[in-house]
Design a binder for this molecule. Sequence first.
Ligand code: PEP
Ligand code: MG
Length: 370
Amino acid sequence: MLFRSGETVILDGTAGTVATRPSPAEIAGATERARRERRDTELLATLRTEPAVSKDDARITLLANVDLPDEAETAVGNGAEGVGLMRTEFLVVGRASMPDEDEQYEAYAKVVRAFGQRPVIIRTFDVGGDKLPIGGWPHEPNPFLGWRAIRMCLDQPDLFKTQLRALLRAAVLGDVRINLPLVVSVAEVRQARALIAEAAAELRGRGVPHRDDVPVGIMVETPAAAVLAGAIARDVAFFSIGTNDLVQYTLAVDRGNAALASRFTPLHPAVLRLIRMTREVADARGVAVSVCGEMASDPLMAFTLVGLGIRQLSVSPISLPRVKALIRGMRVAAAVEAAGAAMDAATADDAETILRAALHAEVDGELLHT
Ligand code: PEP
Ligand code: MG
């Protein structure tokens, strides 16, 4: 692309775009985005070492979602108290063959080392559905309901155990926890646990240092897992609520279909009830619970989640300061009241109206722009 000297262009490093001959409205929009980014950077500098404590003294734990090992340093720098979700699909998508145990170990070890003794929840392969298939993947008519995530791993124990051995080895370096995606039954958790035990035995046989007491939890991202949380709680150490998929499967709305975007409503009362239900079961059974879906990164949604009783949020590293600022500017009591009313609302729109009004009454409007 060639530019003339003095020409106005908009260079968006986040989106990776260059806009030539921008309209006044585009210039105004880009200027506003730049201002918010500067504000977030300033927030980051002032809040990095401050705890996420609400005005009425509730402590919220802020964790990071890490999609690539290289993001770990940024997450630590932004004040993450641990990793609530490390996705491992980067290791497999777009490749013709699976990564071996050592390659995987290095990737996990990098994140674990960056976080020292702070918790790092690593999710086993969630391939399929919206995550691109690996080479030779079978074509499926309905991949979102297909052979993906824990289903694929349980059906291919050698592939799964390679990942599990790498995770058990990385666990020696810090506080690793294993997270199983798309679980719909207790049987899946038990099968996975049996394979974890086999992986540990194999490492023992080889004389390789590892941990065999790594906590195991599940993504609560299907209605089945939320409804069965009580039964599953006996077999797991934590629940990680994945709202991206929980919304998709509860409302039967494809998360990637732009034509359905307005129907993808995380504040739908059915979704709010499932989250609250899961949190209540977790508290009653002494199982840790966090939310790691995109919902947690949005101020209105984070306010709602805290109102539903969630005390651990895992968000993208870049969203950490904004969510922390929100927590420090709000009262949990106000969120609890609004979320209670929203759960009883008839529609997602009504729930949103209730929550938005409560949030605006509670915090400085500047914090609410994303
Ligand atoms: C989720 O489903 O909410 C989630 C966090 O996982 P992913 O977006 O990777 O499916
Ligand atoms: Mg998911």
